[in-house]
Unconditional design. Structure first.
Length: 341
């Protein structure tokens, strides 16, 4: 596979933002961080508008000196650049109904996640620019790393280049929020969505399953719930392993383990046959994620996620997992060790 292009501060020109009105729809996790970074990068406060419904986020924006607009069509009318930084599941309704009809034909729309663009849930005009500037960090780190003069990992792409100026705008915005300091990686809404949803629907479900099955087998073999919980995750050993993997290398970090452990892990992993899991992974990637099957399934249950109790599908799933050997044992252990944890 070819290497991805990486863009740095020197590739971007903040000048392309001059005189542009930048509207942030949302002042939450990402909105608050990105708006403050952009202002600190030199975009004047009177060129920034925070479009937010009247709530605690709007109050937060006001207290930080931003101009807040509650009337969304009014904010849409003035926007040269519009950041969509409200939760992904509410973006289609809010954008399509309250912003799209009033937006300028040459506005640049900025998303921080590929989901709604890849699944074509937002109604853009072909003359508009659609760019993705997607930090791979939670908002508080986007802000704190910027304040420390450091960068953060970020994906950047131009999804629709209606004005033929989308690319310099995407890079200037990446620079302004602090994303080109450590290098912004050229990506796409398809790549970002594929990786995100694959991790959520293939990789992590299998990891959850592996832990649950391992727990059951060792419990059956006489291991105590307390010992198992600590051995498997409560000691934070897995968290440390992943930290070392990020810092030193996915396999290289094994050198910190005992020789018995290194031999067991390296030899054991090579002996396993990956073909079944590979075809299962491909099935999920192509026939669930990329073909939109999951998106349609999720859209159908989305409204129920606001409901209380068992009528909410997420609550039902938590209850079901709680009934597993691992779930029940962990509740007992946590209740017993309450105060010590
Ligand atoms: P958030 O949950 O922090 O959003 C809160 C904001 O959305 C507030 O301003 C609130 O007033 C507004 N909001 C919520 N519901 C609304 C509704 N029904 N109508 C109008 N406004 C509403 O959102 P977050 O987490 O900052 O996500 C924004 C975007 O950034 C998403 O596309 C997400 O995928 C992406 N992203 C998020 C990351 C994170 O760390 N949370 C990391 C990278 C990307």
């Amino acid at each position: 596979m070819p290497s991805a292009k990486i863009y740095y501060d020197t590739d971007a020109d903040l000048g392309v933002l001059s005189d542009k009105i930048v509207v942030f729809l949302g002042f939450g996790n990402q909105g608050a961080a990105q708006a403050q970074n952009l202002r600190d990068s030199g975009v004047p406060n009177d060129k920034i508008v925070i479009a937010n419904r009247p709530d605690s986020y709007a109050e937060d924006a006001k207290s930080r000196g931003f101009n807040v607009e509650h009337d969304f069509p009014k904010a849409a009318k003035v926007a040269d650049i519009l950041f969509l930084l409200i939760p992904d599941q509410v973006q289609p309704r809010v954008f399509n109904e309250e912003f799209a009809p009033s937006l300028k034909p040459d506005v640049a729309i900025v998303v921080a996640s590929g989901y709604n663009v890849y699944y074509k849930l937002l109604n853009f005009k072909p003359t508009q620019d659609v760019v993705m500037v997607a930090p791979r960090m939670i908002g508080s780190s986007v802000r704190s790393l910027f304040e420390k003069g450091k960068g953060f990992p970020c994906f950047v792409s131009v999804e629709q280049d209606g004005t033929h100026k989308g690319f310099p705008i995407a890079l200037a915005l990446s620079l302004a929020i602090g994303a080109t300091k450590a290098g912004a990686i050229a990506s796409s809404a398809r790549e970002e969505t594929a990786m995100d949803l694959f991790a959520e629907q293939a990789l992590w479900p299998n990891i959850i399953l592996l832990f649950k099955e391992a727990f059951g087998v060792l419990q059956e073999a006489g291991c105590s719930d307390e010992a198992l919980c600590y051995e498997m995750w409560m000691s934070k050993e897995p968290a440390e392993i992943f930290e070392r993997a990020a810092e030193e290398g996915f396999i290289t970090q094994l050198k910190h383990h005992s020789t018995v452990s290194q031999y067991g892990q390296l030899n054991g992993a090579l002996k396993l046959d990956g073909s079944t899991i590979r075809s299962h992974f491909k099935e999920i990637l192509y026939n669930r994620v990329l073909n939109g099957k999951f998106q349609r399934e999720f859209s159908a249950i989305e409204a129920d996620l606001e409901k209380e109790g068992d009528a909410n599908p997420l609550n039902k799933l938590y209850t079901e997992h709680g009934k597993s050997e691992l779930g029940e044992a962990e509740s007992r252990v946590r209740a017993r060790l309450a105060g010590l944890l």
